[in-house]
Design a protein around this ligand. Structure first.
Ligand code: ATP
Ligand code: MG
Length: 420
């Protein structure tokens, strides 16, 4: 026997139940995002490595350890995208989107790649959806994005969703805070990575999964915010109150990427079995300049689709599907041909039907219809085919009616309607 293969470590096939959750998430997200004025954007899965180094930051776990980077045959240094915002901002700048009414609101839904240790809820290829509003920033936009995602999670059937919020300040007040944090970090024991980061990028220590205890006595950024950052933060929280979004203040939330300024937040479910964040976002007014654009305020969120699907599964969210109530069964070549046409008629009328054209025995087709809990079977043998007619059989009562092919759709519609 030839060698059998498996998916690469940390990657998974999507089919069956998983795709049902994914499809539902996409449906809710795209409908809601469009309602809020976000248009779809999909950027390439590969970008120039520098796009991520500059945007996400060189001292982050993502850039230091998790990127799939390689040289192309043409000697270009590229990386599989580990996150979505950098690519969207690159697209905004490259396509001169600042000539459009601002902010330009965009959403995406697609696969991302990080070389992480695979475990529950953590994969090397995973899906995210995200909303980005680029070109103008204010507390209303921040709050609207949070509330839009909060609403999506509720629409997907998730309960006990909570948003943890913090402010990262602007470059000035954050600078003062960084100074205080650096001073504090000199006095405590850190992991080898953080020993270095404590000097180069002290905020990253707060995001380290090994140095959790260090945070307990660390200075809090909230005490260092300047007047305007504090005002903005307060306003955003007031908007969230207005929209009944449940949130908690978390003074040490800094997010795993360098580009944030102002408010940052992460979505969680209050459940000990679901400790991982569903996603997060914030304000990133400095990103445009990091990628060669001019100064542009911006705000966005990125959500993990696998983690949302997992939460839906844990909470027993059922996905209602429009199940066919009709089955087309046929016997003989003439009937098969005519039934193929009937199948198309139902498709055009948007009425779902099952068929089993691969089967020739009428008995096994009707058995299948029974297993599928079908209410009506359309049955056509040679005799009916010659007469241009078919039998509609009520699979529950067993009653049968012979109808002309031209009347089939009408007759089925009557039955579907009366049943309701
Ligand atoms: P974490 O702290 O869990 O590592 P992160 O801060 O690295 O998350 P973000 O960059 O904020 O994650 O990405 C937003 C969301 O994307 C996460 O909250 C999560 O739901 C999802 N996500 C990130 N990395 C992975 C992964 N390796 N596998 C599955 N989902 C992921
Ligand atoms: Mg991570």
């Amino acid at each position: 026997m030839a060698q059998k293969f498996q998916t690469p470590s940390g990657m998974h096939d999507l089919f069956g139940k998983k795709t049902k959750y994914f499809d539902k998430i996409y449906e809710v997200v795209s409908n809601s995002a469009r309602f809020y004025g976000f248009e779809r954007i999909e950027t390439p899965i590969i970008e120039d490595t520098k796009v991520f180094q500059r945007a996400v930051g060189n001292d982050t776990d993502i850039v230091e350890k998790e990127m799939y980077s390689f040289k192309t045959k043409g000697d270009d240094n590229v990386s599989l995208r580990p996150e979505g915002t950098a690519g969207v901002m690159r697209a905004y700048i490259e396509n001169n989107m600042y000539t459009k009414p601002q902010p330009v609101k965009m959403f995406y839904f697609g696969p991302f790649f990080r070389y992480e240790r695979s475990q529950a809820g953590r994969y090397r290829q995973f899906w995210q959806f995200g909303l980005e509003a680029i070109g103008k920033g204010c507390p209303t936009i921040d709050a609207q994005i949070i509330s839009a995602v909060y609403g999506m999670l509720k629409d997907l059937g998730l309960k006990d969703v909570i948003v943890e919020v913090n402010s990262m300040g602007d470059s000035k007040c954050r600078g003062v805070y960084k100074g205080a944090l650096k001073k504090y970090l000199k006095k405590v024991k850190l992991c080898p990575d953080c020993e270095r980061r404590a000097v180069t990028n002290p905020l990253r220590v707060l995001d380290c999964k090994q140095c959790v205890e260090v945070k307990q006595n660390a200075p809090q950024i909230i005490d260092y915010l300047c007047k305007s950052c504090r005002e903005d933060f307060k306003k955003t929280l007031e908007f969230l109150d207005e929209m009944n979004v449940v949130y908690d203040l978390n003074p040490f939330l800094v997010r795993g990427l360098d580009y944030y300024t102002g408010i940052v937040y992460e979505f969680f479910i209050k459940d000990e079995e679901l400790p991982l964040a569903l996603g997060g976002g914030g304000r990133y007014d400095g990103l445009s300049e990091l990628l060669g654009g001019d100064e542009r305020a911006a705000s966005g969120v990125a959500m993990g689709v696998e983690r949302i699907a997992l939460a839906m599964e844990k909470m027993g969210v059922e996905i209602k599907e429009k199940k066919p109530q009709i089955f087309i069964a046929q016997l003989g070549d003439t009937a098969k041909k005519k039934c193929l046409r009937i199948f198309e008629t139902f498709r055009k009328a948007n009425i779902p039907v099952y068929e089993s054209f691969g089967k020739d025995s009428l008995k096994s087709q009707l058995n299948q219809a029974n297993k599928l809990n079908i209410r009506w079977a359309i049955i056509m043998g040679e005799e009916e085919a010659i007469k241009n007619s078919a039998v509609i059989r009520d699979m529950v009562t067993g009653s049968q009616d012979l109808v002309e092919i031209d009347d089939l759709l009408k007759e089925i519609k009557i039955r579907l309607k009366n049943k309701k």
